[in-house]
Design a binder for this molecule. Structure first.
Ligand code: G6P
Length: 614
């Protein structure tokens, strides 16, 4: 979490930094700050508790001149959100300023030795310890900034993406990373740095993704220089950015989340482009084809992910087990990485992540890799750490997802998993040709069906108003739709702060049924497939206890309609594809409830989109 941005060149740095921070605000918004070196070589550091807009207000009458600067938007780890704990932190000498995304795990030991050396600290953060350590090394060894940063990082345990300014070297930014993302943008006589490419895209399409434990030296009008913290020179690998500016704007929608919900017909079509060929009724995923033998030999597939990506993984489990007949386990990355799991060389680990940076998922990959498993990544952000750490994989290609609550990334992850399950099943012969052809054909029609479904937005907005009173919600589903219930509940919790629980419909009898009263809204996903009749019985049980039933049903269903207070119809489809449709009204329901409640939909409290701390 936390977003970092930096600029060195000939333009005014401040507007670039502020715009960059707004783009990175999805990574954290507890406080924000900026450091600039002006023409007189003075280092000005400004900070504010709250959002980037609060920082802008705080600096209104201040000197924000300078062509070099760094800035930060924070998601608090060490120390509460406050101005003093906000980044940039500066050294006691007043020469150095630092921004940091990550955690310095051994900060307490380093802090102790710095205290003994006479340093004092203003904040409770691990980051201030790092800048003081760099300062200490620089003053006691007489080394330049780059060498001092390098020596300091050799003492540090933890994760970091940092950028450091030194007013005694006003033409230099030193940046480095380990475990947290860092991208450099290369312009004409100028450099940009950021946690991801979104602050960079409007200035240049040439980027360098900084590697693990690499230090970068950015100097005006000089070549980019990279070396590792163990002093090995590296040649920068320049990549071309595929992102466009319009993908980063709201495009007339009041919130990114709504825009991203409405983008799903297009994003799913893009995810399937070149992969699902409806005319030939065929699916191809290059990441699978290149590693076909591994998939066909696999004794087990372990899916590891967090949050919404974990829910997509659950749906993937149902599909892979049904079509490919390979046992699948779905693991929370944070549990998997620490619980000494049994992993063998016959296992395939599928890591799912929108951001490609989630620290726990990255650690789960490293663990599985060290035990010989083959790693297949399903990610959205191109060039992120997880796709780079995986042996193979495929991108979901939905473009930047900015709303903190994940929507279009989820449907694309499910789509990729279904494609994968279909391909393995076909190649293994565990899925017959007729079923394969029918499902592939139907997959190609999903984007159109989502477009149809989105026409119900206004009616969902209308009845969402009824539920803003609720303190609790229950979401129920079975089979493929149990993970959809979990995802619907998560969406509501995340953005409207209403407590919501997702449950397998039949399990309700083992606990949650005690919660049901005339005040309790219960969302039931009840399409006419799989265990439909059983779900109808579950709805009867809720009705008997006067719960308020909101049902998601197949178009034309009259049975569930009669039992429900509100009904949302979804088009008929294959059972394994229902989640792609059923989740849409749940995304809209959560969105509209949050809007009516006046919540900050795109930046809900306490959350961050990219969780780079464990
Ligand atoms: C955070 C985000 C969620 C996301 C989860 C996993 O909690 O707020 O939306 O599902 O991280 O992130 P990933 O990028 O790995 O999919």
């Amino acid at each position: 979490m936390c977003g970092i941005v930096g600029y060195i060149g000939y333009r005014d740095a401040y507007p670039i930094l502020i715009k960059g921070l707004h783009r990175l605000e999805y990574r954290g918004y507890d406080s924000a700050g900026v450091a600039l070196i002006n023409e007189k070589n003075e280092l000005n550091v400004y900070k504010a508790k709250g959002k980037v807009a609060d920082l802008e207000r705080a600096v209104e009458s201040k000197d924000v001149s300078g062509h070099i600067g760094i800035a930060h938007t924070r998601w608090a780890t060490h120390g509460e959100p406050s101005e003093v704990n906000a980044h940039p932190h500066y050294s006691q000498s007043g020469d150095l300023a630092i921004i940091h995304n990550g955690i310095i795990e051994n900060y307490a030991i380093i802090k102790q030795s710095l205290l003994e050396a006479g340093y004092t600290f203003k904040s409770e953060t691990d980051t201030e310890v790092l800048v003081q350590l760099i300062d200490y090394i620089k003053t006691s060894n007489g080394t330049d900034l780059q060498t001092s940063v390098q020596l300091a990082l050799n003492q540090v345990i933890g994760a970091y993406a940092i950028a450091v300014l030194d007013r005694t070297q006003p033409d230099t930014i030193i940046a480095a990373r380990k475990g947290s993302p860092l991208v450099i943008g290369i312009g004409e006589g100028e450099y940009f740095l950021a946690s991801d490419a979104t602050p960079i895209v409007e200035y240049t399409d040439k980027v360098v993704y900084v590697g693990e434990e690499e230090i970068v030296c950015l100097q005006r009008n000089k070549e980019l220089r990279i070396k590792t913290i163990s002093n090995v020179e590296k040649t920068p690998v320049i990549k071309k950015l595929e992102m466009t500016l319009s993908q980063l704007e709201k495009g007339g929608y009041p919130h990114f989340m709504l825009k991203e919900i409405f983008e799903q017909p297009t994003t799913l079509a893009t995810s399937m482009k070149g992969r699902v060929n409806v005319d030939n009724n065929n699916v191809t995923l290059a990441g699978f084809i290149d590693n076909k033998e591994k998939f066909l030999r696999a004794k087990r597939i372990i899916i590891t992910a967090c949050g919404t990506s974990w829910h997509a993984g659950q749906i993937g489990m149902y599909a892979i087990e049904e079509f490919a007949r390979i046992p699948v386990e779905v693991e929370y990355s944070s549990e998997f990485r620490y619980r000494k799991p049994v992993i063998t060389e016959d296992d395939i680990v599928i890591a799912i992540s929108q951001s490609g940076e989630t620290a726990d998922t990255l650690a789960a990959i490293e663990l599985a890799k060290s035990q010989g498993a083959f790693i297949f990544g399903i990610c959205n952000v191109v060039g992120a750490s997880i796709p780079r750490a995986a042996h193979s994989g495929c991108y979901t290609h939905v473009g930047p997802e900015i709303g903190v609550a994940s929507t279009k990334a989820f449907t694309a992850q499910v789509t990729v998993l279904i494609m994968l399950a279909l391909m393995i099943g076909k190649e293994k012969g565990t899925l017959n040709e007729e079923d394969y052809l029918r499902i592939v054909g139907e997959l190609g029609r999903v984007p159109q069906k989502i477009s149809e479904l989105l026409k119900q937005n206004d009616s969902i907005a209308e009845f969402a108003k009824t539920f803003t009173y609720a303190q609790n919600f229950i979401y129920l589903g079975r089979g493929y739709n149990f993970p959809v219930a979990l995802e619907g509940a998560l969406k509501l919790k995340e953005i409207s702060y209403i407590h919501a629980e997702g449950y397998p419909a039949a399990e309700m009898k083992h606990g949650p049924i005690a919660l049901i009263s005339h005040e309790m809204p219960v969302v039931v996903i009840a399409p006419q497939c799989g265990t439909y009749e059983k779900v109808v019985s579950n709805i009867q049980e809720i009705k008997a206890r006067h719960g308020r039933i909101i049902s998601i049903v197949t178009k034309g269903d009259e049975i569930v309609r009669k039992l429900s207070d509100y009904v949302i119809e979804i088009p008929e489809t294959e059972e394994c594809l229902v989640p792609l449709l059923a989740v849409i009204p749940l995304q809209l329901l959560a969105y509209h409830i949050a809007v009516v409640k006046g919540c900050d939909v795109d930046q809900p409290r306490n959350l961050a989109k990219s969780v780079t701390v464990e």
